[in-house]
Design a protein around this ligand. Structure first.
Ligand code: AHG
Ligand code: MN
Ligand code: MN
Ligand code: MN
Length: 338
């Protein structure tokens, strides 16, 4: 019997990054160190999330953010945690966050080569009812190494990302990360050890799935083509002889993660005249980057998300994520061929 291959369990997030198994070129150490900082952010936020009811982080702060949303205490705690961790080691020059109206400069030293986009707490409406929530992040290289970061640095298409990931505070805390080059990998947090261990190596999305994920309560506001797709997916779509099932958590991180692992389609379409609810820089782009790295597709319904050039930091975009075949079906309806 050939010797057992060494177990892949027991590899920590730190080891996986330090040993370059995320596939990026031998780093100067700054990129490695920056990626490891997201592991620390996830540990700090997860400790607050797991005790939310006890640590007085439920409920509202009484403020509203640049999105016009009421800010939950955990939104703010997660945002402050990320800013303080990324502000420490001098690799991150600036951050654009859902919870900050303007770009936050963190380090003007030219050696700070990266900028970060973040949705510190995604799915805030689910915090107080103990349903899965998440954190979403993306890393870009600062365009002009010599200067401090500038807001225009963030107005680049998502294809320029050098890393993206998310943390899902679900039945367990899972951190999924990719550099786009070396596959998409998931690490599960073991609170008894205080480490993230490799649990989902090289996640690949199925070519086609059997669930669709969309908030049908908004259907009156969708374009006609999306209403036609929705009717088709419910009645006439067939996958292994059965129509698709419906799954909707209302946290992008939870709905997207389920779609990534099991296949199928998630959509938050444009509403009449608007661009929908999800934000391009720190929700759509990081997930589009991750889905494409896992063999999936990410589209506005009409164009590839990663090609969309942002015009403002908090601009919204219709988002369709999923198995390539399922996203192509959706796009056919939008083109009027469905
Ligand atoms: P956030 O909590 O970061 O503002 O994001 C909430 C988003 C996203 O998590 C989810 O997909 C969407 O809101 C759900 O919106 P609806 O309640 O309109 O379906
Ligand atoms: Mn919000
Ligand atoms: Mn969000
Ligand atoms: Mn948020």
């Amino acid at each position: 019997k050939p010797p057992e291959a060494p177990s892949r369990i027991g590899i920590t997030l730190e080891t996986y990054i330090l040993e370059g198994m995320l596939g990026f070129p031998a780093a100067t150490g700054a990129f490695t160190s920056l990626l490891n900082q997201f592991g620390l952010v996830a540990k700090l936020v997860t400790s607050k999330v797991r005790r939310a009811g006890l640590a007085n982080v439920l409920g509202y702060t009484g403020q509203t953010n640049v999105q016009g949303e009421v800010v939950q205490k955990l939104d703010e705690v997660a945002n402050e945690t990320l800013l303080s961790v990324l502000g420490r080691r001098g690799h991150c020059a600036a951050v654009v966050s859902e919870e900050l109206g303007e770009m936050r400069l963190l380090c003007t030293d030219p050696r700070a080569k990266y900028i970060v986009v973040v949705d510190p707490l995604d799915g805030s409406s689910n915090i107080d009812v103990n349903i899965s929530i998440g954190t979403i992040f993306g890393v870009l290289r600062k365009s002009d190494a010599k200067m401090g970061a500038d807001p225009s640095d963030f107005l680049r298409p998502g294809r320029d990302l050098v890393a993206a990931g998310y943390v899902l505070y679900g039945s367990s805390t899972l951190l999924v990360i990719t550099t786009g080059l070396g596959g998409v990998h998931g690490f599960t947090y073991d609170p008894t050890v205080g480490e993230f261990f490799l649990s989902h190596e090289n996640i690949r999305i199925p070519e086609r799935g059997s669930t669709y994920s969309i908030n049908e309560g908004h259907s009156a506001r969708w374009p006609e083509s999306v209403r036609r797709w929705n009717a088709w997916i419910k009645e006439d779509s067939k996958h292994e002889g059965r129509p698709y099932g419906a799954r909707y958590v209302g946290s992008l991180v939870a709905d997207a993660h389920r779609t990534l692992l099991k296949g199928g389609i998630f959509a938050y379409p444009a509403d009449r005249g608007g661009q929908g609810k999800l934000r391009l820089l720190y929700e759509a782009n990081p997930f589009a980057f991750i889905f494409e790295a896992a063999g999936g597709k990410a589209s506005t319904g009409a164009e590839r998300i990663l090609d969309r050039v942002p015009r403002s930091l908090h601009e919204r975009v219709p988002l369709v994520l999923g198995s390539p075949r399922d996203v192509e079906d959706f796009e056919q309806f939008v083109r009027g061929e469905g």
